[in-house]
Write a protein that binds this ligand. Structure first.
Ligand code: NAD
Ligand code: TYD
Length: 368
């Protein structure tokens, strides 16, 4: 057994048991892979409803892992959450489960309010009850994974979002995440529940569902399909390699102060159109069998997303100075790894281009 952190309110000694909600999704599954490698003695219980975004194949390679349990279920199911917390003796609840795609939130916001607000509330209430029943252990943690989109949109010369930037969500997705963030904050202030919160920028990397910008562009290039850039392509996002996100959560879990929020960024602000060009260049270089070459000939400007936020950027000073974390990847190194991954994992993404996916695609890209 080794001591994980020396602090007044220390995280527990290993081995620990962690409940990972949304652990079959993009970031959650990367987190499970990361954690199994870093802390092989810990037990991980994945709870995931397996919506369109959840995929058991994201956890492939870990099936034989004795310390991993997968449970298909809904974070709104209170009796299930109560039972899991109790029977597994959970120390840390790492909450990734969410409806996460802005475009889907515009088409149908209901599921976003249900999962992101009611689901987070259900987890908080269950965890509070469990924490109280166990005598309020100081090493318990409820880690809420959130987004920079709760802060709204920046102008070109504005400083990046800090932890004190007022909330100004603009989409049903970001509004529902903001609602869940406020509940987490309230549970610390009102009940003293040992919460942690991280708000991060756009992630990219392995196991990213095909409808998000980077995987969509990679896959369309490989299939010789149009590359739909919304509006004028000048919108800016900060890009965070998903493994960096996982290591940042690890650092916050071990060194973060309960009740605090930490913003996580990649120091990689890029205009959408420049990002798409970078992906095209990487594919031209790395792929041998492109149907259309050079790939940038596929770029098509399409109708803009309603209420499209212009710019996101993160001021990660607090994470750097208080926790000692900085990202390992640049956008160049991270994109190269990502393109390589999509090139060598056709068996992962091809089955995801299902009739449901095609129907969604048609609905969003009618003008492509
Ligand atoms: P994702 O959509 O890829 O995965 C979400 C997972 O949650 C899926 O496996 C899905 O099956 C599961 N899920 C959905 N509803 C559920 C429910 N009711 N009960 C149980 N499981 C349910 O999302 P992601 O990109 O991995 O995002 C994970 C978290 O990180 C989310 O909270 C998201 O808001 C946040 N985040 C994501 C990004 C990003 O760039 N992807 C950036 C910042 C923050
Ligand atoms: P996305 O991956 O949906 O993340 P978010 O909207 O949460 O930032 O999109 C990233 C950026 O790329 C965003 O500005 C919208 C834009 N975009 C396109 O231009 N075309 C597309 O087909 C998609 C999916 C996104």
């Amino acid at each position: 057994m080794r001591l994980v952190v020396e602090q007044n309110q220390a995280l527990s000694r290993e081995p620990r048991t962690i409940l990972v909600t949304g652990g079959a999704g993009f970031i959650g599954s990367n987190f499970v892979h990361y954690w199994c490698q870093q802390y092989p003695g810990d037990r991980i219980v994945v709870l995931d409803a397996l919506t369109y975004a959840g995929n058991r194949n994201n956890l492939a390679g870990l099936e034989g892992w004795a310390n991993l349990r997968f449970v298909q279920g809904d974070i709104c199911d209170r009796p299930l959450i109560d039972a899991l917390l109790q029977e597994e003796g959970i120390d840390i609840l790492a909450h990734f489960a969410a409806e996460s795609h802005v475009d889907r939130s515009i088409l149908g916001p209901d599921a976003f309010v249900r999962t992101n607000v009611i689901g987070t509330f259900t987890l908080l209430e269950a965890f509070r009850q469990y924490w109280l029943t166990n005598g309020q252990p100081t090493h318990f943690r409820f880690h809420h994974v959130s987004t920079d989109e709760v802060y709204g949109s920046l102008n070109p010369n504005d400083p990046g979002f800090s932890e004190t930037t007022p909330y100004a969500p603009n989409s049903p997705y970001s509004a529902s995440k903001a609602g869940s963030d406020h509940l987490v904050r309230a549970y610390y202030h009102t009940y003293g529940l040992p919460t942690l919160m991280t708000n991060c920028s756009n992630n990219y990397g392995p196991y990213h569902f095909p409808e998000k910008l980077i995987p969509l562009m990679c896959i369309n290039i490989l299939m010789g399909k149009g590359l739909p850039v919304y509006g004028d392509g000048q919108n800016i996002r900060d890009w965070l390699y998903v493994e960096d996100h996982c290591s940042a959560i690890d650092a916050v879990l071990h060194r973060g102060k309960p009740g605090e929020t930490y913003n996580i960024g990649g120091n990689n602000e890029v205009k959408n159109i420049d990002l798409v060009h970078k992906l095209c260049e990487l594919m031209d270089e790395l792929a041998t069998d492109l149907p259309v070459r050079p790939a940038h000939k596929l770029i098509t400007f399409v109708k803009d997303r309603p209420g499209h936020d212009r710019r996101y950027a993160i001021d990660a000073t607090k994470l750097r100075t208080e926790i000692g974390w900085t990202p390992a990847e640049t956008v160049e190194s991270g994109l190269r790894k990502t393109v390589q991954w999509y090139l060598t994992h056709r068996n992962w993404w091809q089955p995801l281009l299902s009739p449901e996916y095609q129907a969604y695609y048609k609905q969003v890209y009618t003008s492509v």
